[in-house]
Design a protein around this ligand. Structure first.
Ligand code: HEC
Ligand code: HEC
Length: 258
């Protein structure tokens, strides 16, 4: 959520509501106070006047608090809807050609984005823009994106359902399953699961790999190995440099059906 954008309008909305509430309460209060407290002087000794006064004060505070939190919730959901609409428009305007309208992607060359953690997606978009991650296909796509739009796009894709298809080559996938979960102790290759998780769903800082196209995953592993994947490749370069081409293809095949 973009708090910088939300806060001023939220502040106005909230203070406007509170001012209106104050005004209407004070009008009501003076009328009711006149009726209940001042006219009924016989009630003074019983102490109800001061009780009612306190009562009104706490009602006012409580209502102000409710209005404040209500406006905050309303404001943030309005902003979230605006962000989602903006992201949808950007996707429909360009990204869909390669990544599909819902991040399902149209071919093995284009990574699936559905279900990916928004933090990871936003970071990749930022890295494409500042040149840390080199890609001729993506450089033009991100040139005009603002940081807020990158976050909105990330959140949009995270919400989409990742596609699950069985791997095309079950035997190759079985080799990949072993490598993914156990690594290769003969070459010192760490198990992918130790970082990307047993379900390959990743975390905010670690990409989700489950359901990704085998072609894309394999290409990334090769690029990490050759340091052609230029952003944050220290960790993955160390991993990929220990992998044989068969292991790369196998693990990619396994992940495509996960
Ligand atoms: C012309 C095809 C094309 C279009 C259009 C396109 N992309 Fe891409 N995108 C690619 C390719 C190819 C890659 C892989 C880049 C690489 O490995 O160098 C990629 C990679 C990405 C990645 C990195 C995914 C990962 O798992 O690391 C993200 C995020 C992404 N694109 C988002 C977008 C967004 C958002 C848009 C629209 C603003 C968009 N792309 C438009 C082709 C495209
Ligand atoms: C020590 C932790 C660690 C281990 C073990 C590890 N990875 Fe990674 N991996 C990372 C990190 C961190 C990134 C994110 C790189 C970035 O932010 O650009 C990553 C990124 C990736 C990507 C890029 C995803 C994308 O969408 O572009 C692929 C593919 C990948 N890893 C596959 C593997 C495979 C396959 C294995 C096992 C052979 C493995 N990783 C083991 C930490 C690890």
């Amino acid at each position: 959520m973009n708090w910088k954008a939300v806060t001023p309008s939220l502040g106005h909305a909230t203070s406007g509501l509170i001012r209106w509430l104050d005004w209407s309460l004070s009008k009501r209060r003076s009328r009711q106070a006149a009726a209940f407290f001042y006219d009924d002087s016989s009630c003074n000794p019983c102490g109800s006047r001061s009780f009612m006064k306190k009562h009104f004060h706490s009602i006012r505070l409580l209502t102000q608090a409710l209005v404040f939190f209500g406006a905050a919730v309303l404001g943030s959901s309005v902003q979230a809807q605006a962000d989602e609409a903006r992201a949808k428009k950007i996707v429909g305007g360009s990204c869909f050609v390669c990544h599909g309208a819902e991040g399902e992607s149209s071919s093995e060359v284009f990574p699936r984005l559905a279900g990916q953690h928004w933090e990871y997606t936003a970071k990749q978009l930022e890295n494409f823009k500042n040149g840390k991650r080199k890609s001729t296909a993506m450089a033009d796509m991100v040139a005009k994106l603002t940081p807020d739009e990158m976050v909105a796009l990330g959140k949009f894709f995270e919400k989409q359902n990742p596609a699950v298809e069985p791997p095309k080559d079950a035997e190759l996938a079985a080799v990949g399953k072993f490598i993914y979960h156990k690594g290769n102790k003969y070459s010192g290759l760490a198990a992918c699961a130790s970082c990307h998780g047993a379900e390959a769903k990743g975390t905010a800082a670690l990409p989700r790999l489950a359901g990704q196209y085998a072609g894309y995953t394999e290409t990334q592993l090769k690029q990490f190995n050759q340091r052609e994947r230029t952003n944050d490749n220290a960790v993955m370069h160390a991993i990929a440099s220990k992998m044989t081409p068969l292991e790369m293809a196998a693990v990619a095949e396994y992940l495509s059906g996960k």
